[in-house]
Design a protein around this ligand. Sequence first.
Ligand code: HEC
Ligand code: HEC
Length: 365
Amino acid sequence: MKKAIEVGIIVVAGILVYVVITLLPLFFQRELKTFENDNELRMAALRSFSSMPKTYDEIIKLTNTNPNNPLTKEKISLGKKLFNDKNLSQNRDISCSTCHVLKDGGADNLPTAVGDAFQENPFHLNTPTVLNSSLYFRQFWNGRVKNVEEQASGPIQASFEMNMSKEEIVKRVNENKNYIKDFKSQNLEVSFENVTNAIAAYERTLVTRGAFDDYLDGDDSAINEKAKKGLGIFITRGCKGCHAGLTIGSQSIQKFPLHSWWNEWLDIEFVANKDFFLPEIIIKDNSFPFENTGGFKGLNNEQKFKVPSLRNVVRTAPYFHNGEIKELKEAVRIMGKYQLGQIFTQEEIEEIVEFLKTLDGKIIE
Ligand code: HEC
Ligand code: HEC
């Protein structure tokens, strides 16, 4: 008898917990702001984002910010040659542009980068885009260096990237008479630092502008209605809290996934079933909502990552630091759930993706 009462209590308690979890999303629904017209939406957008300049000269003004590496036309064109030169890698098989393909959004569309002699990145890191990177607050997935000048010395020397020493680089550059002429005419010594500075100078010109910039600048017809809805969601639901500024991201380092007790141990998916949300509970074997290939844990191993810029994001699949997610829609769903604690409908996800398409741009020449 006593046993039966105990079992009964456990069953009732179980049902109660189940009902509470099922109803949880209802308590967190809030009235969200909607935008009446383009002016209202644009005003709200301009509080978080700004548009890229229209001309090359304005770009140079914007990105010529490192007093130790002043930009000149000659240095930029030398940097472009070096950026594309496979002779700067140990087996003369890759250059910066092998992994950062400008016409493919400045990345390589591989889950993880493949360097000199087909070596994979040991942390299974995904190649981020170089486009607009000079405008980021710091460089790399964990933000460990502060500008493109410092960044450029990394891949050249990394054993799994270009695998060269500083001395070998100077030797290779000196093999090429045209380079010697270029350095001489600019009164520059052929040194490792001047090589990386020239590459960085070229990177500072790789700035893109697209439909969203036209919209911010006042052209209502630059983006479609669906994208405007997506932009509205991006603003009101809080994506802009992390992906903001001129580069729509890469202005801060943030935790991912944001921790809460259920994110840490359980994966609870509320699946819409007719009119109810039914929870589907999975116990997790790692704290990312995808496979932890490579084991990279970001800054100080604290799962802190540089928030990626979302400019040109439609062209830089697969997504996240280890390239585990192939579809942009899935990346957006994960962000909604793990960074904002919100379950988006399929329609909302598609609207956000439509907005992200407007962030695609062309390099301003
Ligand atoms: C083997 C492929 C590969 C090569 C070659 C390569 N990169 Fe990268 N690049 C990567 C990967 C992977 C990362 C991310 C590494 C990390 O965060 O630790 C990266 C990061 C960057 C970043 C930082 C972007 C950001 O979002 O923070 C810049 C800028 C960059 N690379 C420029 C260059 C330049 C310049 C060269 C040539 C000197 C180069 N890369 C060569 C794969 C490559
Ligand atoms: C609390 C900060 C934060 C919020 C809010 C946030 N994000 Fe992110 N986002 C990040 C971080 C950090 C990453 C990188 C995580 C990683 O690679 O492991 C990221 C990555 C992404 C990526 C993948 C980009 C790439 O190149 O791999 C997309 C797409 C994205 N976010 C879109 C969104 C959208 C849409 C929203 C709103 C629904 C949003 N984010 C809200 C911090 C945030």
